[in-house]
Design a protein around this ligand. Structure first.
Ligand code: NAP
Ligand code: GLV
Length: 318
């Protein structure tokens, strides 16, 4: 009797699939902790599940997972998942919202902003040349930064930079209002924002509208000697245009965390360019210890028939 009861309980318990190349066991344990009533499966040979929590799953995952009620992306960006040909049109896709990533983006952006506002590349070169060459004081408010993308991550970055005393402009798709940040929106306002920026931080999702947005024409709108930091997706920047802008000193330094093809191919000019600083897509990692709590809470709400935030708008692409 007890065995039958246990079998029935297992059969009717909620089933969650975790499919990610990294930290799969950590995710499984964290979700099991948060949702003790659920059966958590890892890898791709799981039974048909109610929910899946994924990052770069196998291409055919939706052929075997046909009963999903929602799909959770382990990341904030969903461009890769949206490109799966077999992703069912009506399956709600839920992305990560912050989960500790905003603080990491703020750290990265502050590091880049401080490096350039304090003219560290200039002093590094002066040291190499044996020059003692103090430069005039520059006030924080005289260093102008723009943040393209004012969502969960970009909004936090823009606010933190403004709180630090920099002059910050932000840009989004729809009108926004953020304390201390001059906000613009829509393509018609981008040029004015770029033309006044000593540093530009990209925190946009990759969509049909943002692919190639930072092209030759937009880079030419920047003042000579600007800094570009791409923390979003490689495809937002036209690589050839950026390399030309670097070579012409329109862009003095580029900080790149993301690339169209990752890992970045050996021999790519970014690897050895003296004024490119690159990191391997680590600007903001998803801490499963925090993120599992967010996923569990949303699953509970969905089970109760409630709405959740972070559902991707398929038409917008983010
Ligand atoms: P989000 O909350 O969805 O915010 C996206 C922002 O971009 C919004 O402000 C949105 O405008 C704006 N936007 C979208 N399309 C636009 C367009 N065509 N023109 C102008 N603005 C546009 O996303 P998030 O959580 O901040 O994440 C942003 C991106 O960061 C992710 O999509 C991902 O690609 C990237 N990311 C990278 C890492 C890393 O480690 N490098 C880590 C996490 C995330 P509205 O406010 O008007 O909607
Ligand atoms: C990482 O790139 C993410 O989208 O969370």
């Amino acid at each position: 009797m007890a065995v039958v009861f246990i079998r029935l309980a297992l059969q009717f318990a909620m089933k969650i699939l975790v499919c990610t190349a990294k930290e799969q066991e950590g995710w499984r344990a964290a979700l099991a902790d948060q949702l003790p009533e659920a059966n958590i499966y890892v890898g791709h040979d799981a039974p048909s599940c109610d929910y899946a929590v994924v990052w770069k799953p196998p291409d055919n995952i939706f052929d075997s997972q046909r009963s999903l009620k929602a799909l959770f992306s382990l990341g904030a960006g969903v461009n890769r998942l949206l490109a799966y040909p077999s992703l069912p049109q009506d399956l709600p896709l839920v992305r990560m919202e912050d989960c500790g990533m905003a603080a990491q983006m703020v750290e990265y952006a502050l590091y880049v902003a401080l490096r350039h506002y304090r003219r560290m590349p200039f002093y590094e070169q002066a040291q190499l040349n044996g020059h003692w060459s103090p430069q005039p004081l520059r006030l924080r408010s005289e260093f102008h930064i723009s943040v393209l993308g004012l969502g969960v991550l970009g909004g936090s970055v823009a606010r933190a930079l403004a709180d630090f005393g920099f002059t910050v402009s932000g840009w989004s798709r729809s009108p926004k209002s953020l304390p201390g940040v001059r906000c613009g929106h829509g393509i018609s306002e981008l040029e004015a924002i770029l033309s006044g920026s000593h540093a530009v931080f990209l925190l946009l999702p990759l969509t049909s509208e943002t692919a190639g947005l930072i092209n030759r024409r937009r880079l030419e709108q920047l003042p000579i000697g600007s800094v570009v930091a791409n923390l979003s997706r490689g495809e937002v920047v036209d690589d050839g245009a950026l390399l030309s802008a670097l070579d012409g000193w329109r862009v003095a330094e580029a900080h790149l965390d993301v690339f169209e093809h990752e890992p970045l191919a050996p021999g790519h000019p970014y690897w050895t360019h003296p004024r490119v600083s690159l990191t391997p897509h680590i600007a903001a990692l998803t801490p499963y210890q925090v993120a599992a709590g967010q996923v569990a809470e949303k699953i509970r709400r969905l089970q109760a028939g409630d709405k959740v935030s972070g559902v991707v708008d398929r038409a917008r692409g983010y």
